[in-house]
Write a protein that binds this ligand. Sequence first.
Ligand SMILES: [Zn+2]
Length: 286
Amino acid sequence: MKKKRRLNKYGIILVSLIAVLGIALVCSLGYLGVRLLTSKPVEQSERIEKETKKEKTSTLTKAEKEYAQSHPDLSDEEVKKQVAMNLDHDPYTHMEPVEDLDSILQLVNKYYYLPSDYEPSDMISVPSSGENGDVVMREEAAEAFIELVDASAQEGFILNACSSYRSYDYQDQLYSNGVLNYGEEYADAYWTRPGSSEHQTGLSVDVRMDNDLSDLDAVRNHPKYEWLLENMHEYGFILRYPDDKEEYTLIAPESWHLRYVGKDAALEIYENNWCLEEYIYYKNLT
Ligand SMILES: [Zn+2]
């Protein structure tokens, strides 16, 4: 009996000891867990966020800071992007000449212009809708367009060109007539000024589908238009003025205006849902 009682006593002490140790262990683990799960990462992410913000703010140039002040809703990253695209200047007030006239990636817009005497030397005819006579494009673009036309025929519809290369003088006529008849503001909304028209590159093409010669925007309603949008990058073409990129292109959406940029760039632009201005910016090409 005596031995058993002593054993019981030791037993109770041992159990109590284990219980105390257990509670202490649970408490420490719990405390550590809470520290790990809550306070520490929050402190850490706040610190990283503050540091990143500071770093970004401190790297804004004078022009970017000014642009950020007049566009308080934009992130610093967006400010840098838009200033790099010259969007802190009004259209046509900050013009730079296109440097590489041979490049199929040349950017021609309201900030980059082609010389008045520039005419590509290697243009050939492409299948046309006939409404504007013979339509010519730069050879590489023309060959790619012909492949796209053939692929379209396989899909069961006729694709052809309404207009492609336009000379500086012709663009000058279009724009000047617009100004004369409707005023500068209206003309600027509907025609690009000479030198700033992508049609002078011989790399872009306005298309028709199944010879619907009504409004150019009619292609948008063609049952195979979606196919065209999803597949033309395989032939090196992009939609140059998409619906959601006017803030960068400064051109109202043009469902019919394709631009040849080559297969690699076209794929990257398609996959990232960029416009050409964004591609040039992200690839650091200017
Ligand atoms: Zn066009």
